[in-house]
Design a protein around this ligand. Structure first.
Ligand code: NAD
Ligand code: UD1
Length: 331
């Protein structure tokens, strides 16, 4: 298939682009590089041995997006592009909405005008808000607890309306849990600009000696060791999930929401221990106050992904930490 990948230079987009190219798809990468670097395009070409068209463009440029869809005879779109920091979204709610919602509307209009009606959308476990029960399945009630989450929910609702208006649309919203790790080549991975907010990139920098110590946010959660529990999923398992979603969507119609996670929770202290094991480095840390907005536990029920997409995650916590460390050493 000819597939347009929006946000393709970013963390998850770049790994998924590699996976899809290796599965034989023809990919067109689109990104405005607001949170990524063009070098990831070269890395993808190096890994896959293929030339990959890259369009540097803001998704809100509907006319240009429409011409890309037509010129490359695109069959389906995977929509990763967006701003993704919860804390930033609280500080800049209008900018987040202007980017995340307007770019999605622009893409959908361009797709509609070009008669392309197959879409995979990057949603997030954040749409579940404070968990009422665990593990979280797709029937768990949704609620927005921050502007970023509100953007994701709003987009999911738009997509439901779209499918209801025209049954020829085929759309899957994938709700990711905590994607971590890197491609085995060590050429692409997660390398946020500035000091990382998220656990894995922060630990990598501590292990590398670039940051002095990790602040463990909260040691008094009602969990087995007092620290927060999350569902970390290897980014390559996530990439394979997109391939599975595309296969499914080709044989079906309508709208589907699917969780992509490992299906089990791991504590912050367990991540630290595993990272120390694979890196042979001491991870200095200090337990501090809880981070506002954090929940004690969040992990997925991934039965629906198995049932509908025939997808199950394969890589364990050791592989997640080892690949993150390998990537860190290649930076
Ligand atoms: P990322 O920031 O690495 O990648 C997103 C890409 O989108 C960036 O390269 C950025 O430059 C591009 N972009 C942003 N706005 C754009 C616009 N208007 N036009 C064109 N390009 C634009 O983030 P990621 O971690 O790869 O996340 C990809 C998607 O998955 C996002 O939608 C994010 O909300 C969602 N998601 C991520 C996580 C996570 O933990 N990483 C979890 C759940 C959901
Ligand atoms: C956060 C976002 C989520 C988003 C995801 C990826 C919030 C509330 N949630 O998830 O919506 O999809 O990032 O961008 O912001 N931790 C530490 N020290 C650190 C960093 C993290 O102890 O320096 C702990 C956290 O308290 C948490 C766990 O590590 O228990 C994972 O944190 P993080 O990687 O930031 O992801 P989430 O908060 O789960």
């Amino acid at each position: 298939m000819n597939i347009l990948i929006t946000g393709a230079a970013g963390y998850i987009g770049s790994h998924s682009t590699v996976e899809l190219i290796q599965a034989g798809h023809h990919i067109v990468m689109l990104d405005n590089l607001i949170n990524s670097h063009k070098v990831s395009v070269n890395c993808i070409e190096k890994i896959t041995g293929k030339n990959v068209p890259f369009i540097e463009c803001d998704l809100r440029n509907t006319v240009l997006v429409e011409s890309v869809l037509r010129d490359y005879m695109i069959d389906a779109v995977i929509h990763f592009a967006g701003l993704k920091s919860v804390s930033e979204s609280i500080k800049y709610p209008i900018e987040y909405t202007a980017n995340n919602i307007q770019s999605t509307i622009s893409l959908l209009i361009a797709m509609k005008n070009s008669n392309i009606k197959t879409l995979v959308f990057s949603s997030s476990a954040t749409v579940y808000g404070e968990p009422k029960y665990l593990p979280l399945d797709e029937l768990h009630p949704v609620s927005a607890v921050n502007p970023y989450g509100r953007n994701k929910l709003h987009i999911e609702e738009m997509l439901i309306d779209l499918v209801a208006s025209d049954p020829l649309w085929k759309i899957i919203s994938l709700r990711y849990f905590n994607p971590v790790g890197a491609h085995e080549s060590g050429l692409i991975g997660e390398n946020p600009i500035g000091i990382p907010n998220n656990l894995f990139p922060f630990i990598s920098k501590v292990a590398a000696g670039e940051l002095p110590y990790l602040k463990v946010y909260g040691g008094d959660y009602p969990t087995y060791d007092g620290t927060g529990i999350r569902d970390y999923i290897h980014v390559m398992d996530l990439a394979e999930g997109h391939l599975a979603a595309l296969r499914y969507i080709n044989k079906s119609a309508g709208y589907l929401t699917v969780n992509l996670g490992a299906g089990f929770g791991v504590s912050v202290l367990e991540v630290i221990k595993m990272y120390e094991l694979v890196s042979h480095k001491k991870i200095n840390y200090e337990v501090v106050e809880r981070r506002p907005g954090d929940v004690a536990m969040c992990y997925a029920n991934v039965d629906k992904a198995k049932l509908f997409l025939n997808w199950t995650p394969k890589r364990n916590l050791n592989a997640m930490c080892a690949s993150a460390w390998y990537f860190q050493n290649k930076l």
